[in-house]
Design a binder for this molecule. Sequence first.
Ligand SMILES: *Cc1c(COP(=O)(O)O)cnc(C)c1O
Length: 412
Amino acid sequence: MEYQSTRGGESGVSPSLAIVKGLAKDGGLFVPDSVPKLPLSLRELSELSYQDLACEIMKLYLTDFTEEELRFCVDSAYDKKFDTVEIAPVVKKGAYYYLELFHGKTLAFKDMALSILPYLMKVSTKKNNIKEKIVILTATSGDTGKAAMEGFCGVEGTEIIVFYPEDGVSPFQERQMKTQKGENTHVAAILGNFDDAQSGVKRIFADEAFREKLLEKGYRLSSANSINIGRLVPQIVYYVYAYCQLLKKGELSFGEKLTVSVPTGNFGNILAAYFAKEMGLPLGTLLCASNENKVLTDFFHTGIYDKNRPFHLTTSPSMDILISSNLERLLYEIHKKEEDIERFMTDLKERGRYQISEEMQKLLGEDFYSGSGKDGEGSACIFQTFKETGYIMDPHTAVAKLLADHYCYKKG
Ligand SMILES: *Cc1c(COP(=O)(O)O)cnc(C)c1O
């Protein structure tokens, strides 16, 4: 398996090098040259533990990792840090199943991938004979920062520096980050908002002279945000796992389609669902749920991606995003013309918008359906669900539940 840039500027990149690099030279994202099929039958896969399943799925994408190396990464990540042996349990409440991705160390869904990324990075640097220390720079609006610091804490050969907007994270998140243990973890508040933090980090990455200077001193910059293929691949696993759990419990029959509704921000989580589906997992429509920042919902409905709009601060802040980076990977998967992807992204950068063809829009419609919910509807949904089932869901999950309700109603 080799990786190439969605914009065509790089190809033939090994999986481990794609992980070390994070982003391609031309600004594109790394995508695998083909999507592998599920390695075993669903019956066989459903007998596996989360860890064994993770090895089976991930080895198809990380083909230059040995079995032992992958085992080491998986076992180091998905261990007692998680408060349940199932790692990602599926629970039934009312008419729905909930895939619980919050059993990791920081209680954030991002633990699913950020627990393993540091180990993937460690093995990858060794494989590529990279002697420098890896320095991870991350801007955060709250969740990612803590989950990344926890993941990289104490991982040999790495340092992590997190930047957060001084008044832009919750007091709980601020305390989570400031009290982080580990000699190699660092956090700084910046004056400004999340975009300022993000732009600052991007400026550091783009500074060639600074990068050279760091290399001389034995440091190499890298990123832990969700554009790294090392964050996407581990997320495919829990969709397969969820399906298998339902099979095992007799809630699904073999081959029956499972519809998933995913609270979406940077489009990483739902893209993993798409890859799982392409691998042959029987998933139905992928419901892409947005909050009031419904740039994705509008995109799926009109074929126009337009970030020129007011930015809303909501109670689901991890979805307060107007540039969903991973969407670029989906565009590439359905339309393998690098020059077009490059043009869309240039339009986005220069004009804040781009438009795909009707043909592409139709292709997207075959797999995706999107809708958005408002904060008020979300809190009503949390209250209602609690009243009916005793289950307490978080505001991000509520956005996904709202869309699932709407979709089921529409389907009758
Ligand atoms: C990050 C995050 C999301 C959005 O996921 P993406 O992969 O960025 O689309 C949704 N909910 C929670 C709780 C998150 O932390």
